[in-house]
Write a protein that binds this ligand. Sequence first.
Ligand code: LLP
Length: 425
Amino acid sequence: RPQLRMDPLAGLMMEEVPLARIAASAGTPSWVYSATTLRRRLAALQGALEDARLGAQVHFAVKANPNLAVLRTLGQAGAGADVVSEGELRAARAAGIPADHIVFSGVGKTLAEIRLALAEDIQQINAESAEEVEMISAVAVAMGRTARVALRVNPDVDAKTHAKITTGKSENKFGIAIGDAPALYARMSGLPGIQAIGVAVHIGSQITAGLSAYRVAYGHLADLVRSLRAQGLSVERVDCGGGLGIPYRDEPAPSPAALAGAIQATLGNLGVQLMVEPGRWIAGPAGVLLASVILQKQGAERRFVVLDAAMNDLVRPAMYDAWHGIVPVAPADFTAVPSPADVVGPICESGDTFARQRGLPRLDAGSLVALLDAGAYGAAMSSTYNSRPLAAEVLVEDDRFAVVRERQTQDALLAGQRLPDWFAA
Ligand code: LLP
């Protein structure tokens, strides 16, 4: 995590800014992102794809981090966007990402969302069912537009990731069965208002178990492209999806070069325009969740470090049993002996636990910790459970930092609620 380093006097720094300074100014809990890391990781991915001579476009999966400053940073560095809702489409546009760099994915786009995608004339819609293809055609005809549509296929491969984030098995709701794809693609090619542009696949997220699942899925996709072309159908684009995992702990994770190699080996000679849709790999390591210790308590059996951040902020440990590194922000005290502690939030359920029996030094009330690799699916998944306001978001670049999303106010938490008029005044 090159953007983080321990300074003997200032403590943990992100780029050239001490995290303690950010906490003093923005408060805690706060999400803190490194602009340089976002750019560097995007460039590493683009470079690996270029080295493999794939000419592939990178579409950042907005769901991983829809913060406007993050999207603007990546958009300016050449990333397009993969969106799954009206809100994400609007965020990408508001961040300045051109419509012709935007792909709309998702298993249930509403008519309103399809209308918006066509009104904005985005680059491509990835359709996930025969029913959706008909919906898109009808909307496009009514609007006098042509939708560029790729068919997302379900290749029935096991990406060997957490069950809640695997998407490419036949039992999953995503895509259309690869066996049904040729007939549907042929039908789609003849429908009014639709230009059949290609095929897409996304087999899951946080894929670390080698690249064999990718290779198998892309191999099936290449076979499909060849058979569609043999039927006389035009296939111009292949969307390879996202999913590239990162090492949260010390698990081996495939490199962008390895992913590029897998794409090259399977899809490289088809003469199609390629795209990838990574979210986590770009944004995950670029962010931390900065939190304060409220208190440290000794239970009957365990030491508990209670933070002012909770599962409503970072839900990944509660939801996926995810492991996130936890580092004290204060300058390292080499005399302090680490001992096991459970790091928890203040929410009223036991699942509100960030780490169990983690070796940590004594952490007194008011001391700061950073939860690492929280730049993807962190703020994006937070809620206001326990009526806790959404945390602030901060962007760091070199020796500067700025609050890029203010902490939700207590008033904002209550805003929009009203009592029925039949309640007595
Ligand atoms: N493309 C599609 C169609 C997707 O569904 C996803 C993620 C991506 C791209 C980006 O995947 P990535 O490169 O970030 O792995 N909340 C979970 C992850 C859910 C991923 C959902 N789809 C987590 O925190 O682990």
